[in-house]
Design a protein around this ligand. Sequence first.
Ligand SMILES: [Fe+2]
Ligand SMILES: [Fe+2]
Length: 148
Amino acid sequence: MQIFETLKKDHKKVLDLLEKLEHSSQRASKTRHENYLILKKELLEHMHGEENTFYKFLLENEDLKELLYEAYEEHRTVRLALPDLEAKEVTDEQWKPILSVIGEMVKHHINEEEKELFKEAKSFINHEDDERLVSEFEESKKEAGITV
Ligand SMILES: [Fe+2]
Ligand SMILES: [Fe+2]
């Protein structure tokens, strides 16, 4: 399904950025900061888009509610954790450990979406829904108005 491919493409972007940041050095502070800002924008836009289109559409199905509420909660936790990271300079020795914890949460969340939610959601999305969800998702990401 196209919507899963679209979401997975974003996930891949986020995972690649996390990987880069995990291997960034304290001295390369400019690159680290730039990559963090891209990661933040990607994450916030993606979560906004998912919540307002994909999750919202799926919530109508009783069977998916538990998984979806868990996913909303994971998004909320990630959003709450970002200011902790931003409270530190990228050159601070605590910066990377905090990033790693956020990264673990994000990776866990992505894994659950791709391995559980997408599998469960498949039977609730027909071809028409699929096409509509892709365009609504892309639109919603833009409307999120995330500037970093
Ligand atoms: Fe996602
Ligand atoms: Fe998500």
